[in-house]
Design a protein around this ligand. Structure first.
Ligand SMILES: [Zn+2]
Length: 156
């Protein structure tokens, strides 16, 4: 199906959101690894005795809390990016409007004429050549897609 193009700013935003999501995924994976390491170190420190190991346990527990908070924040950001991505994909689909061959009013007599030939869609517009059987006028017309196409007519 021939459609009107998706506005470049929507395509660009989708690409940017996809990059952002991949970065957040990396950040989440790093935090996951960091949390596993801290949990391991914490278990080791708790098995030891003495003031030194108590200090270490407190320190590691603090680090673990902040890593878990960072992970929660990253997962919230990922959900936001996923939502925005879905909205932009939807907007892109809505921007793709079919461009069909259109009957156009003859500039000579006002009769509705079907195109003899139609060209490819260029910049969201399709052009056609028309021959009016009623008054013998030949003309070209361009029209956009969507439910209310913009039409320009030129006699040739
Ligand atoms: Zn005509």
């Amino acid at each position: 199906m021939v459609t009107t193009p998706v506005p470049p700013h929507i395509t660009a935003a989708i690409g940017q959101l996809e990059r952002q999501y991949r970065e957040l995924e990396n950040k989440r994976d790093n935090l996951d690894r960091r949390i596993s390491q801290l949990q391991h170190q914490l278990r080791l420190a708790m098995a030891e005795n003495g003031d030194d190991s108590r200090r270490k346990v407190t320190e590691l527990a603090d680090q673990l809390t902040s890593a878990r908070n960072a992970l929660d924040g990253t997962e919230r950001d990922m959900a936001k990016v996923r939502l925005a991505h879905g909205q932009h994909v939807q907007a892109a689909e809505q921007a793709r409007q079919p461009v069909k061959a259109l009957d156009v009013k003859c500039p000579g007599c006002g009769a509705l004429v079907s195109p003899q030939r139609t060209g490819a869609v260029v910049n969201g517009y399709r052009a056609g050549t028309f021959d009016c059987a009623a008054c013998d006028v030949t003309f070209e017309a361009r029209w956009s897609g969507g439910t209310d196409p913009v039409v320009t007519v030129r006699e040739i």
